[in-house]
Design a protein around this ligand. Structure first.
Ligand SMILES: Nc1nc2c(c(=O)[nH]1)N[C@H]1C(S)=C(S)[C@@H](COP(=O)(O)OP(=O)(O)OC[C@H]3O[C@@H](n4cnc5c(=O)[nH]c(N)nc54)[C@H](O)[C@@H]3O)O[C@H]1N2
Ligand SMILES: Nc1nc2c(c(=O)[nH]1)N[C@H]1C(S)=C(S)[C@@H](COP(=O)(O)OP(=O)(O)OC[C@H]3O[C@@H](n4cnc5c(=O)[nH]c(N)nc54)[C@H](O)[C@@H]3O)O[C@H]1N2
Ligand SMILES: [Mo]
Length: 792
């Protein structure tokens, strides 16, 4: 979240699109209801299904799954055409006035630089024109034909209401209602927030869905505002912490970059990732990359990291390609991997194309599952009639199960969607022989180190040089780990701020973003003072929020360029003549006066929010509508030759597993229910009683067409497999009129498997395809093709 949960109460408009917050985030969603009750905020839901969130919303608009970019680019066109834009904000705080290179182009669905063979762009033309000092050229009058503002207007001109309705299936009047509501928040005293989750991310162009919305919030002047922002409602209670700490295929803790094989040494790596300012006098905060990165290396290798050995840089693994889960299972399936440690991950249930996952696991020599529960992954080799038919005798994978604690059985921090690190205390002791995750990892590490020490090996240095300075080496405790994340100075004192980190090896920090969370004053994440003097939900002494306990990112943009708030009732920070003050921690140098040239988006080398993304996105500097890889209309109404995202991840064998609308005419989309959490809660008797049996949701129209009654057994089939479940015939899904045909949606909840107390069911991912988003490689779980028939 750019903002935070409580901040939602400050919004005048809450757009829930690409998520079902009332169902999947029922506790946090109370702040949306608070806004509705106390300030008459409007809640709007745009979703293929009339969800539980829609049931309490003021307005609902249906949309075809996978069509949001057309909707949002249509909204941008509407906002610009009707001048419902915060013009002062756009001019001062976005790159609208920046001039783009002459060789940047967009034709027939492709941006300049496409290489069809590699399915990749050469992105060099997606950049600003620079002057001889390397600064970007601008035209403050916004007249220059190559300035971002005019390129954007051209780009979205195609997305008229008719075109939007034709692609999305959203009726025009419902679409225009959403546009008008958004437009009303261009005013200084009205703010909109956006709540989204996997309805936007789980698409072959998921990251571009979110970019579209960020662009809208920039145009409306809603970024940095209390009650505004673009708010990702994260999944597991600590998934935010996981991404912060680098459990992503491309990053290290604190969103530092994994060294690639092109970064031949430390100097090359630092040069590659330390941006040069694109405008004079910008804060360009990533200029501190070397301080963060060297402090991380010091945290890894301790005294074994010295200036002479480049702080151990050469010992780090180098990244040749992304090892995201699509790639890993592809490699496993090709026999290019022979062992796999699966910790807190149940890929047989959660990974797309279950058959491929089973095939891949069957080729391993060994599989280690570290989990508190008996997961479908740990028993993948067991034949279960109907729901998991495998030839057990032919599977030679040796499976080890290491029982472990779950989060409620250990102390530690959990990072919420709001970027708040909140210390929690264990609720119970771990049962039986279970061990904590850290203890299990430590056990594996110490054993390996022992073996390298005794027996040598090809390259033992990275393991032998790792700093492992814990009171009990076999069981690092969560306090020590939290202190290590915060980091220490040369004297071993806890650092108070990441501004104190150094690139000379005198400081260490395992996650620069968390520096300040455990200082010499103690554990800031355990603070529990909920007083909120501003009334804006900032509660500065409740837990600790990264970065620097700041509650709303980019809050410098909540004021006019002169430092006075756009809306005095929503003051987060303001310039008092000497410095920036206010209830929130300024996301800006507190001493830098408004008269300076520095922009509010301090992480960008040009200091402003990007309407044009430059070379940062894989499939283009502006979003564009592309069809899901399995499209129910078989064509892209906008482009003759480009149907789906040309830069999305698609392996050859997976491409052969894609179906077409002739055999699979309906859109399948997977979703969650409040009563279950993935497939774990099937092990909890209470949850199992609440939702005991697998079902799929179909609309009345489709039910009639296929002669299906409520509670009939149906078979849902995709190119990759089929499942059988009870039909829930509902009014919540209506057919949409798209490109001259009716499109029916089939809703498939993800919660049933064959372990636990629920009635054994088929895993939903039997059906979904292995297609990855071009930037994040998230599979396209939300839009694929299926057929439905009654089981006779
Ligand atoms: N009770 C419960 N809560 C959970 C979880 C759980 O399993 N159970 N899981 C947690 C996790 S890990 C996560 S990531 C979050 C996920 O939270 P959500 O993303 O909110 O959950 P989903 O139900 O997967 O999907 C949300 C909605 O997206 C809609 N949708 C599908 N495709 C599209 C589309 O193309 N456009 C639009 N606008 N909408 C679309 C679906 O109809 C669905 O209503 O929930 C978390 N919270
Ligand atoms: N079709 C479809 N597939 C999806 C999705 C979808 O919407 N549709 N959603 C996707 C999303 S958003 C997510 S997040 C993934 C989730 O899928 P996975 O990442 O596989 O995660 P879970 O099934 O939530 O949890 C994995 C295991 O963690 C265990 N666990 C719980 N606490 C601990 C602990 O403290 N330590 C350890 N070691 N284990 C623990 C649980 O018992 C569980 O078996 O599924 C994805 N798959
Ligand atoms: Mo998730």
């Amino acid at each position: 979240m750019t903002n935070n949960w409580v901040d939602i109460k400050n919004a005048d408009l809450i757009l829930v699109m690409g998520g079902n917050a009332a169902e999947a985030h029922p506790v946090g969603f109370r702040w949306a209801i608070e806004a509705q009750k106390t300030r008459n905020a409007e809640i709007i839901v745009v979703d293929p299904r009339f969800t539980r969130t829609a049931a309490v919303a003021d307005h609902y608009a249906p949309i075809r799954s996978g069509a949001d970019i057309a909707f949002l680019l249509g909204a941008i066109r509407y906002l610009i055409a009707s001048s419902q834009v915060n013009h002062e904000y756009v001019k001062a705080y976005t790159n609208a006035s920046f001039i783009v290179r002459d060789d940047y182009a967009f034709h027939d669905g492709l941006f300049s630089g496409y290489d069809a063979e590699k399915r990749k762009y050469d992105r060099s033309s997606w950049f600003y024109q620079l002057d001889d000092q390397g600064y970007a050229l601008k035209d403050e009058s916004l007249q220059h034909p190559r300035c971002v503002w005019n390129l954007l207007k051209d780009h979205v001109a195609r997305y008229t209401p008719d075109v939007v309705a034709n692609i999305t299936g959203t009726p025009i009047d419902m679409f225009e209602h959403v546009c008008k509501a958004l437009g009303s928040t261009a005013a200084n005293n009205r703010v909109a927030t956006i709540l989204y989750a996997t309805g936007w991310t789980q698409h072959s162009k998921g990251a571009e869905n979110i970019r579209c919305m960020a662009m809208i919030q920039l145009l409306l002047g809603n970024m940095g505002m209390a009650g505004g922002g673009v708010n990702a409602l994260r999944g597991h209670s600590n998934i935010q912490g996981i991404t912060d700490l680098g459990l992503l295929a491309q990053s290290l803790p604190g969103y530092l970059k994994l060294p690639s094989d092109k970064d031949v040494d430390l100097a090359a790596h630092l040069k590659h990732h330390t941006p040069v300012a694109l405008e004079a006098d910008q804060t360009n905060y990533w200029q501190h990359y070397p301080e963060f990165f060297v402090s991380l290396l010091k945290s890894f290798y301790g005294k074994n990291a010295t200036a002479e050995n480049n702080f151990g840089y050469d010992m780090m693994p180098k990244w040749d390609q992304g090892y995201d889960m699509l790639r890993v299972f592809e490699m496993m399936n090709k026999g290019e991997m022979n062992g796999y440690i699966c910790q807190g991950f149940n890929p047989v249930a959660s990974m797309s194309n279950k058959q491929k996952t089973l095939d891949a696991l069957s080729k391993l020599k060994y599989l280690v599952v570290v989990d508190p529960l008996a997961t479908e992954t740990s028993t993948f080799w067991q034949n279960k009639p109907n729901v998991n038919e495998v030839d057990t005798a032919s599977i030679e994978t040796e499976v080890f199960r290491l029982p472990c604690a779950c989060f409620a059985e250990e102390d530690g921090t959990i990072v919420s969607s709001a970027r708040w690190l909140q210390w929690h205390w264990k609720a119970a002791d771990m049962p039986g022989e279970a061990k904590g995750d850290a203890e299990i990892l430590a056990g594996i590490f110490l054993k390996m180190r022992d073996m390298y020490q005794k027996n040598g090996g090809t390259y033992p240095d990275p393991i032998l040089s790792l700093d492992w300075n814990y009171a009990i080496p076999s069981a690092p405790n969560t306090k020590e780990l939290a202190q290590e994340l915060n980091g220490k100075d040369a004297n071993g004192k806890q650092l108070s701020s990441f501004s104190k980190l150094k690139a000379d090896g005198s400081t260490n920090a395992a996650c620069w973003l968390y520096t300040g969370s455990w200082t010499e004053a103690g554990n800031q994440t355990a603070r529990r003072d909920n007083s909120d003097p501003s009334g804006l939900g900032i509660a500065p002494n409740w837990a600790w929020s990264w970065p620097a306990n700041r509650r709303v990112l980019y809050n410098r943009a909540s004021t006019h360029p002169d430092g006075s708030p756009w809306d005095k009732t929503r003051t987060l920070v303001e310039w008092n003549g000497n410095k920036w003050v206010g209830p929130d921690v300024p996301d800006f140098n507190a001493k830098l006066p408004p008269s300076s040239n520095a922009g509010p988006f301090i992480m960008q080398p040009e200091g402003v929010g990007r309407l044009f993304a430059l070379d940062k996105m894989a499939e283009g500097p502006f979003p564009e509508h592309y069809e899901p890889f399995e499209t129910p209309i078989g064509t892209n109404p906008l482009h003759k030759n480009v149907v789906s995202n040309p830069a999305a991840r698609l392996f050859k064998d997976d491409a052969a597993q894609l179906g077409t609308k002739e055999n699979f005419p309906f859109v399948g989309t997977t979703y969650r229910l409040t009563e279950h959490f993935h497939t774990w809660t099937s092990h909890s008797h209470f949850n199992a009683v609440l939702q005991p049996e697998q079902f799929v949701e179909i609309g009345e129209g489709l039910a009639k067409e296929r002669g299906i009654n409520n509670a009939d057994m149906v078979r849902v089939t995709s190119k990759r497999g089929s499942i059988e479940a009870k039909a829930y015939v509902s009014k919540r899904i209506t057919p949409l009129h798209v490109n001259g045909q009716a499109v029916h949606t089939v809703g498939i909840p993800i919660h049933w498997g064959y372990e636990g107390d629920t009635k054994p069911g088929y895993l939903a991912n039997t059906l979904s395809p292995c297609v990855g988003d071009a930037n994040s490689q998230t599979p396209e779980y939300k839009a694929f093709l299926v057929n439905v028939e009654k089981v006779k």
